[in-house]
Design a protein around this ligand. Structure first.
Ligand SMILES: [Zn+2]
Length: 80
């Protein structure tokens, strides 16, 4: 019987106004009155973890490496 499914859906509806913490995936309240100062993180700890990840280079910004931008071109033209 789907009775239990209905109950689960009701509980999920209460949790709908929440965002997952980018670090630990715990639900973070979006309610402005209960929104943590560390938003969108669930806690200061997760915020620090995320900042640490940035500092350590875990998040690499997509882009070409600077090496090879024109050096190869110069070498190629040397004998052209
Ligand atoms: Zn978290």
């Amino acid at each position: 019987m789907p009775a239990c499914l209905g109950a689960a859906a009701g509980e999920h509806a209460r949790m709908s106004a929440a965002l997952s913490c980018p670090v630990c995936k715990r639900p973070v309240a979006i309610d402005p009155e209960h929104q943590p100062a560390t938003f969108p993180f669930c806690s200061a700890r997760c915020r620090i973890v995320d900042l640490g990840a940035w500092a350590s280079g875990s998040y690499v910004v997509p882009g070409r490496p600077v090496v090879g931008e024109g050096a190869e071109d110069v070498n190629g033209r040397d004998h052209a």
